[in-house]
Design a protein around this ligand. Structure first.
Ligand SMILES: [Fe+2]
Length: 210
């Protein structure tokens, strides 16, 4: 599987505040080439750039790691453009409604597997940053799309509504850090890291409280 990444810029809004933010958008492709099938993960801020990056390839669906507005509010438009479904964990229903009202999505479940050709994308539910956060494990590439659950240097923020620090630490300990140590971690914002680099710092995260 090819994992393509690009950055778009826009606004993150929650609890009445608004912040400038850059998001990592991922395109997962079954095989290299113009005729490959792809999933789009967290298309953010700039639909034209998403369409440009996807090109002529056939889109299978739009997968969301969670329903904060910066990750999800473009998803219905992109999904409609390609005639495909949005996939989201229903734990983020309330956040989804705040951005996208009654727009439809297909519910993701912990342990669910999506397929691209012979390769698999495994959905792991990792609440904490939001109740419906998921990460996407791609065993064939030894890679994890970690959304806002794990960044280079620490867990996702838990200071705003629907977030909980103890819950994200539990998700890291029980789910994310149970993955192989050599996995690359490709987050929703900022630089990549590895499971081994971050799991070694779990006690540090807990001690500082973020
Ligand atoms: Fe987020």
């Amino acid at each position: 599987m090819q994992i393509e990444q690009f950055v778009t810029a826009g606004k993150f809004r929650l609890d009445g505040g608004e912040w400038d933010v850059e998001n990592n958008v991922y395109v997962l492709a079954a095989t290299p080439g113009a005729d490959a099938e792809v999933y789009i993960v967290d298309p953010a801020h700039d639909a034209a750039e998403v369409y440009r990056r996807v090109g002529d390839r056939r889109v299978r669906g739009v997968i969301l790691t969670h329903a904060h507005n910066d990750h999800c509010e473009l998803a219905p438009e992109v999904a409609t453009h390609y005639g495909v479904d949005v996939y989201l964990h229903p734990g983020d229903q309330e956040l989804w409604e705040e951005s996208n009202g009654s727009a439809p999505y297909q519910p993701l479940a912990h342990g669910q597997t999506l397929h691209l050709g012979e390769e698999e994308i495994t959905v792991l539910h990792t609440p904490g940053h939001s109740p419906g956060c998921v990460v996407l494990s791609i065993p064939s590439e030894a890679a994890l799309l970690s959304g806002d659950t794990l960044f280079n240097g620490g867990p996702g923020a838990t200071g705003r509504k629907y977030s909980d620090f103890d819950t994200i630490i539990n998700s890291l300990r029980e789910v994310v850090f149970a993955l192989p140590a050599d996995y690359r971690v490709l987050p929703g914002h900022g630089d990549s890291t590895t499971i081994s680099a971050e799991s070694a710092r779990l006690d540090e995260y807990i001690a500082r409280g973020y």
